[in-house]
Design a protein around this ligand. Structure first.
Ligand SMILES: [Mg+2]
Length: 273
């Protein structure tokens, strides 16, 4: 039987809301990933979440029963650090609001991660981590009072899907700083920016990648900007009501990632019945 994945030469899978909710596997995710591997179609886990290193994300997926390796996980932290390195002099201080994974990437490109506005950082880089607290937001607000400070976000997702429902994501913490400073980030490098998708397509010499995600404003809009087909799944933050009111239209709509194995004709009607 023909399934959706037979049409594509690279599958770019979001993690949160597609494969897992929190750390709990979404029903059918493990079997679907295994089936994609059996078919020999390459896949990459393209997450907007900067809170884990690729190895940590792969470990979380493996614990949830979903086979993954570190080199298959793509996060926006590397692109964020590379972008900072292009814009700042070597050794420049950068205030990191986020995870140790993000801090490591900043150090790896020859910049100096710092925690205080008193260190005169030339940039603020902000990516979600569950450990972000008021003192780190306060240091960022004080740093951003200097108008020449560059403010770079890994991503703008307002929420991420936990086991118990949507909870504040990077965009929510950015909104707190916007309220406090009157500024908005100068740029964001994660989805819907197409950089990460284009990098992966080039690396795999793929002509017809498929982007799979649960968010219209990041995954699906990012796929559209990249020029790739998209599958929206309804296991994460997007509800049928949100979809009905959106200007962003996926190529396919499925109840879950298991629809990767469905016949293509069955997909677009999934929520329009
Ligand atoms: Mg997601």
């Amino acid at each position: 039987m023909t399934s959706l994945i037979d049409r594509y030469d690279l599958i770019l899978l979001d993690i949160d809301g597609v494969l897992v909710l929190g750390q709990q596997p979404i029903p059918g995710a493990a079997e679907t990933v295994a089936a994609v591997r059996t078919k020999g179609v390459p896949l990459r886990f393209t997450t907007n979440s900067p809170r884990r290193r690729p190895g940590e994300a792969a470990e979380m997926l493996n614990k949830a029963g979903i086979k993954a390796t570190a080199d298959e996980v793509v996060t926006p932290t590397g692109i964020a650090a590379a972008t900072l390195a292009q814009r700042l002099p070597p050794g420049a201080a950068v205030l990191v609001v986020g995870s140790d994974a993000l801090r490591d990437e900043v150090a790896a490109v020859g910049l100096k991660p710092v925690n205080s506005a008193d260190d005169r950082p030339q940039a603020v880089v902000q990516g979600f981590a569950p450990t972000i607290d008021w003192p780190s937001l306060a240091e960022a607000a004080l740093t951003l009072q200097r108008p020449e400070t560059l403010w770079l976000a890994t991503n703008l997702d307002e929420t991420w899907p936990s086991e118990r429902g949507p909870v504040p994501g990077n965009g929510a913490f950015i909104a707190a700083l916007t309220a406090a400073t009157g500024r908005e980030p100068d740029l964001s490098v994660g989805k819907p920016e197409p950089t990460l998708f284009h990098q992966q397509a080039r690396a795999h010499n793929a002509q017809h990648p498929l982007v799979v995600g649960d968010r219209l404003d990041t995954d699906i809009e990012g796929g559209r900007r990249a020029g790739f087909d998209t599958l929206l799944v309804l296991t994460g933050v997007t509800t049928p009501g949100m979809l009905a009111n959106s200007d962003v239209h996926p190529t396919y709509i499925g109840e879950s990632i298991t629809h990767l194995l469905a016949e293509p004709a069955a997909l677009t009607d999934a929520v329009r019945r």
